[in-house]
Design a protein around this ligand. Sequence first.
Ligand code: NDP
Length: 332
Amino acid sequence: MSEPIRVVVTGAAGQIAYSLLYIIAKGDVFGPNQPLILHLLDIPVMMDVLQGVVMELADCALPLLHEVIPTADPAVAFKDVFAAFLVGAMPRRQGMERKDLLSANVKIFKEQGEALDNYARKDVKVLVVGNPANTNALVCSKYAPSLPPENFTAMTRLDQNRARAQIAEKAGVPVSCVSNLIIWGNHSSTQVPDASHAKVMKNGTTMSAADAIQNDSWLKQEFVETIQKRGAAVIAARKMSSAMSAANAAADHMRSWFMGTSNDEFVCMGVMSDGSYGAPKNVVYSFPITIKNGKWSIVQGLKIDDFFANMMNLTGQELEEERKEAFSVIQA
Ligand code: NDP
């Protein structure tokens, strides 16, 4: 068995972390032979709650979990970490403007970028889940100048998983028969769920989603809106935001990054944009991605029709506006 790796989860007393910590600690992200030391960061007022989480992790008696370090100190939390799940963020409260939310979170992610820069391993893989995830990841990267920008990613895997599930249901096949859904752009209501390049295995044959479903207008309207509004639909039903599926997606994201993607499969991640597909540069934009030896690459050469190209422009513009607001908050 190899040496333990250190993994930090922020917002560790919150509801997404409550599902996520068990998935990580039992070996479903870094593999069944990789021991772990979990660093759990939360704010000082949450330390009692966090202690309860630590007790529950101990009571799971998980063989891979060598140590758990609960803390409110970023210097301790980010020390020598190999992977960082940045889940903690200021939640949107009633009456709060987008600007207020951005302003609170920019400060948190600036501080965490600085702590990653000072204390983490230089090859640390950072996944931002806390919203606004794409812009938080951008801020974090800018304040960690000694770490390569490609170490910072934002989660759109939950949107991709939701899209996969909707296509599978409509095509009447198990979700394992559906792959290569794309989410372009921001993890917000402007995101672009695109099934044009999806593959569906139906009746023993691999085909496009369009051939499997035979309903182009559903793919461009109802499907797109369902994915864009799925988070709100879960809140309406559960009276709380999605947590199990968000935790599962965070684990999927990091596992793909750590283990790589298979031959013709791609996954979606918010990554530092190089301008591919006309996206603005210098924002964290969700693209289709392949991963080999821990390095991600944007899938190139996919044909984009005008309908999706227009939506991709809008989500790119939103990310540029968020970037402007975020950095004006920092400079203020
Ligand atoms: P959750 O664990 O439910 O959510 C955490 C973050 O994930 C939120 O920003 C939430 O955004 C976001 N998120 C991203 N995708 C999704 C999704 N698909 N569904 C739901 N949420 C999503 O929040 P809790 O309030 O339960 O826990 C947050 C914890 O973070 C608290 O314990 C708090 O103390 C802590 N915290 C820690 C900080 C730190 O470590 N420095 C700083 C601030 C808070 P959205 O709000 O838009 O749903």
